[in-house]
Design a protein around this ligand. Structure first.
Ligand code: HAM
Length: 402
């Protein structure tokens, strides 16, 4: 027997219903916020992720599904959605047109991680990216949009925010941090490597011993330039005004290299160690890094599988019809009726004539509102037998009125 690969899952009933509900809810809210749907390929050139997510990140360094295709191109399954959307934005020359564009997307992402609860090798994200808006109010809007989504899905969370500075303040902070790190002994192997490749990532090392050594590390929030400082204050005051509770975590740096200024993460305390349910931030330099015209941008993505354990589904309602035949002769009429009714409603059916009792059982199992049957009498009189499975009311009506 062939099974799905490790860390990859099928989505079947009842989880498929939760999955669809999450996508529908996110889509509706993203549209209200002025975002429109974008779909980009799952397979991209490896160079795209190396240049955007960053060669020093774990995602690019250790976790990519990378291979050579039959044309000897170095390609990989996308580990995240932002890079492909930035590529599409530039390829469509939206950067040159200087337009503000807002996109939302959902679909599978691939990371060769060690699978555990909440951590898959193929997982799904819902995300949104906003291009062309340098104002920090857009960062606040993105965070408030996620708040609206989580409220609609009945999900509790805590929010952590940080500012990672900009080219005016980050380089001098980085030098300060590196000289601090050089004075520290006993950091783990990963931190020793990151000291040279990406020193800021040392700050969010999960190793407790490293965290004790880092207690007196300089923090970027204490070294922001006036513009970044001002933007960070504006962000916090908007969040305060909209009742959004947050914690400033000055060691939040995120695992992707493209961020500047705002970085944030939504965390749930109810799903175990893999607690990040959404993350994002501003990436004002990424369009330029990928050879586009400099364009400010900000976005986020949420992990759908992690949300699915937390979603409170609305009470399910009986919906639609089950239409079936009680005798062979009624099958053609039933088939026609089913096809007609499907233009306006959900209709389930059976191709086999059965007793009324069996059809009622099937209708109940499909959780439809109406069970509709045609037998010899109904055929002769051009009528249908209808039972409302909620009110239990039964009646016979002319087929043309149905
Ligand atoms: P990320 O933090 O790498 O950000 O991923 C976003 C979310 O995807 C995480 O918060 C988590 O819920 C989910 N996730 C990540 N890895 C896994 C996994 N192995 N299994 C299950 N769920 C996972 C990004 O991907 C950025 N592209 C977000 C962004 C968009 N930033 C700006 N725009």
């Amino acid at each position: 027997m062939i099974n799905a690969l490790r860390g990859m899952k099928d989505t079947l009933f009842p989880h498929n219903e939760v999955y669809m509900y999450v996508i529908d809810t996110c889509t509706k809210i993203a549209r209200n916020y002025g975002f429109s749907f974008i779909e980009t390929p799952i397979l991209e050139e490896t160079a795209l992720f190396k240049r955007s997510v960053g060669e020093s990140s774990d995602i690019v360094g250790k976790e990519m599904y990378q291979f050579r295709d039959k044309g000897d191109n170095d390609v990989c399954l996308r580990p995240e959605g932002t890079a492909g959307i930035v590529r599409a934005f530039i390829q469509e020359k939206y950067d040159k047109a200087g337009l503000s564009k807002r996109f939302f997307y959902h679909g599978p992402m691939f990371r060769y991680e060690r699978p555990q609860k909440g951590r898959l090798r193929q997982f799904h994200q819902f995300g949104a990216e906003s291009f062309g808006e340098a104002n920090v109010r857009e960062d606040a809007t993105i965070i408030l949009m996620i708040k609206a989504i989580f409220e609609a899905l009945g999900i509790g969370y805590t929010l952590e925010i940080n500012s990672l500075g900009c080219p005016a303040c980050m380089p001098s902070y980085r030098t300060r941090l590196v000289s601090f790190l050089e004075s520290v002994e006993g950091l783990c192997e990963d931190c020793e490597r990151r000291k040279t490749t990406n020193p800021i990532r040392v700050l969010d090392c999960k190793n407790e011993h490293c965290q004790t050594l880092l207690q007196n590390a300089p923090l970027i929030v204490d070294h922001l330039c006036p513009t970044c400082q001002n933007d960070f204050e504006t962000l916090k005051s908007i969040l305060d005004r909209f009742g959004m509770v947050y914690r400033v975590n000055p060691k939040l740096v995120r695992g992707l290299d493209y961020y500047s200024k705002t970085a944030f993460e939504f965390v749930s305390s109810e799903i175990g160690a893999q607690s990040a349910i959404a993350g994002g931030g501003r990436y004002d330099r990424l369009v330029e890094f990928l050879d586009g015209k400099p364009t400010p941008a900000v976005g986020f993505a949420m992990g759908i599988e992690r949300l699915m354990d937390l979603v409170k589904m609305p009470e399910s309602k009986r919906e639609g019809y089950y239409i079936a035949a009680l005798c062979d002769e009624a099958l053609p009429s039933v088939y026609t009726l089913v096809q007609q009714k499907r233009a306006i409603a959900q209709v389930l059916t059976s191709y086999e004539p059965k007793s009324l009792k069996n059809h009622l059982k099937a209708a109940d199992k499909f959780y439809v509102k109406f069970c509709v049957c045609i037998g010899e009498d109904e055929l002769a009189n051009q009528t249908v037998w209808v039972k409302d499975l909620e009110s239990k009311e039964e009646r016979i009506m002319p087929i043309e009125n149905f």
